[in-house]
Design a protein around this ligand. Structure first.
Ligand code: EPZ
Length: 430
């Protein structure tokens, strides 16, 4: 398996450009199915989750073509199947967006249960409840295949019992061509929800209120192709912000939407990090040892759960004791065991971690337990004394576009060692 080796201790310095947002693109790509036309998507990150979504589109019959490194053209007029098999869905959670998109296109979808990073139970009951309200009969075959069938979808009022990004996006996809009005209440408000709504509207949909907790969708008969550029990745940006601060570096983070990063910026400032905000960039200056601070993850606009492992790593070397509480997932502290190998002093009690800051970490062999756990290992390796060797980096590849190259350009002593004989796809992630 490929590995990443880091000789820690170099402060990151320079500029980095953030790629397109993974969690927006994984909704936008299935949404192209609704156009029955040609869509050109720009600012597409080169990550394995995107490759997998493009493979599924291709398998369904779409014509997929890379125009350049970050632009993809998808002609969905040739799609002739509503079945997505387990060999495709097992690789990533976001494969469940094909249910909403195929339902809207064909009134039918047969999609195998999605894979996904393992941080506790990940039910999809809210997705199913919503599809049923829109007039779909949903059958779960041996807990493996979701068979959703309808005689044409009709709008309805869907109140989500939990704020769910996936359910909100999936139901938006299903509802854009449903007859009449769909209202999603207690909707998620993440930037990727707004981006998906903007994309759907660019194709001729009528989606209003995305970014608030009530989204109203008036069904339209037909959508058309368009050219659309995805937003920059909030979590990739946050990861570089924390990496800059943790290494006491100075990094200009370009191609960001500062508003999306406010909760992260705010916590960094609380830790004593200097943050200068510009129109589409942020300058991070980590001038001294970070100070303790408490963090609780919450749905947007709260502090993102997808930044929790990276921020905990910063707090592991902060002055004083911090408490990190996880408010979204049941089990997202598995990576703490890896940090402990490097000398971190963190005690996990259920959904909270007490982080006693230590002076420094020591390089060690560690593994990425999931995507953001992998990002935490990168940051730990950058600050640690000596060499850190990270295994399971296929997880990092799922969500970080050329992370090794970007860190090298910032002065990190980091390299990827490739073992070409080893298969690179893992069973469950995303
Ligand atoms: C999305 O996952 C992201 N994945 C995750 O990003 C992210 O951690 C998560 O949202 C929260 O922000 C993608 O966008 C592909 P949810 P998702 O539905 O949609 C419960 C990353 O690292 N729930 O918002 O699967 C659920 O158990 C990742 O990029 C139900 O109870 O998350 C959880 O506690 C991995 N029933 C909470 O809601 C449901 O039907 C939020 O989950 C759905 C969810």
């Amino acid at each position: 398996m490929d590995k990443i080796f880091i000789n820690g201790g170099n402060p990151l310095k320079g500029e980095v450009t953030i790629s397109g947002a993974k969690n927006a693109i994984v909704g936008i790509l299935p949404a192209t199915i609704l156009a029955q036309d040609v869509c050109v998507i720009e600012n597409v990150p080169n990550i394995s989750d995107v490759s997998m979504m493009l493979r599924i589109l291709h398998q369904l019959g779409a014509r997929v073509r890379h125009i350049d490194e970050t632009t993809v053209e998808i002609d969905s007029s040739t799609i002739n199947s509503y079945v997505v098999t387990h060999d495709m869905t097992k690789h990533l959670r976001a494969s469940y967006y094909f249910i909403g998109a195929l339902l809207a296109r064909f009134g039918r979808a047969k999609v195998a249960m999605p894979g996904g990073c393992n941080f506790g139970v990940r039910p999809i009951d809210q997705h199913i409840k919503g599809f049923e309200i829109l007039g779909t009969e949903v059958n779960l075959k041996e807990n493996a295949m979701i068979d959703a069938d309808s005689n044409g979808l009709s709008g309805g009022l869907i109140y989500l019992d939990v704020v769910s990004v996936g359910a909100t996006m999936n139901l938006m996809l299903a509802a854009v061509k449903a007859k009449g009005l769909t209202v999603i209440e207690n909707a998620a408000k993440e930037p990727h929800i707004v981006d998906l709504a903007n994309f759907l509207n660019s194709m001729g949909a009528d989606v209003r209120g995305a970014g608030t907790d009530v989204i109203k969708i008036r069904g339209v008969e037909k959508l058309h192709g368009c050219t659309y550029s995805a937003i920059p990745d909030q979590i990739e940006a946050g990861t570089f912000m924390v990496a800059a601060a943790a290494t006491k570096g100075e990094v200009l983070i370009k191609n960001v939407i500062p508003k999306h990063l406010e909760s992260i910026t705010n916590k960094l400032i609380q830790c004593g990090v200097e943050v200068e905000e510009y129109d589409d960039s942020l300058l991070i200056k980590g001038t001294c040892r970070p100070k303790k601070c408490n963090v609780k993850t919450m749905p947007h606009p709260g502090f993102p759960t997808d930044m929790q492992p990276q921020f905990t790593t910063l707090l592991a070397v902060a002055e004083g004791t911090s408490i990190v509480s996880e408010g979204v997932w049941d089990n997202r502290f598995q990576y703490v065991e890896q940090l402990a190998r490097m000398g971190a002093n963190i005690t996990v009690n259920g959904k909270a971690a007490t982080v006693e800051g230590v002076e420094s970490l020591n390089g060690s062999p560690v593994k990425a337990d999931d995507l953001r756990a992998g990002a935490a290992m990168l940051i730990a390796g950058l600050i640690a004394k000596g060499t850190t060797e990270i295994e399971n980096i296929v997880y990092i590849d799922r969500g970080y576009d050329n992370v090794v190259g970007k860190l090298q350009a910032l002065g990190a002593d980091i390299r990827r060692v490739t073992d070409d004989d080893t298969p690179k796809v893992v069973e469950s992630a995303g």
